[in-house]
Design a protein around this ligand. Sequence first.
Ligand code: HEM
Length: 152
Amino acid sequence: MTRVRFLGCVLILALSVSALAQGQKAGDSLYKRLGGYDALAAVTDDFIGRLVTNPQTSKFFTGFSDDSKKRIRQLVIDFLCQASGGPCVYNGRDMKTAHAGSGITEADWDASVKDLVATLNKFKVPEKEKGEVLTLASSLKADIVDAKKKKK
Ligand code: HEM
């Protein structure tokens, strides 16, 4: 065995042991690899916390009662849980209906994605899973950014 191949085998073994140590199996859902429900809820809370305090996006979250905020938080968790292959059932509105007419612009979207990256970094989400979460988010962009506000 060449030196490079040997080092490659050691690396793969080390990564597998590290994944197993976290109780993960190859082929696990993104939900499971992110750490399950509590991890997803903590990530959601941090992300929402950033959206409501960021001067670029805070205006979208004013005027909601505490109960409405709790409801939105729960719906976002349910949505992300279901979308990442978890056991939740999302009973909210589709993304287009929920955000239509809100006036979310490309600049608001870009600021939100930066906040999402900051959240994922804070929770030390590995690059692979971070990429999958960002791919999921960008697949929703067309439904969330207000059609009238899209760059021509
Ligand atoms: C990955 C991106 C996003 C996801 C997965 C997401 C998901 C959701 C979900 C599940 C709801 C609840 C839907 C319902 O009430 O039935 C919601 C509502 C809402 N979202 Fe988002 N959202 C995203 C991005 C954004 C962004 C970027 C903003 C603004 C900057 C935003 C602002 C809102 C607001 C204001 C509501 C409440 C709408 C209302 O009840 O009137 N969302 N979102």
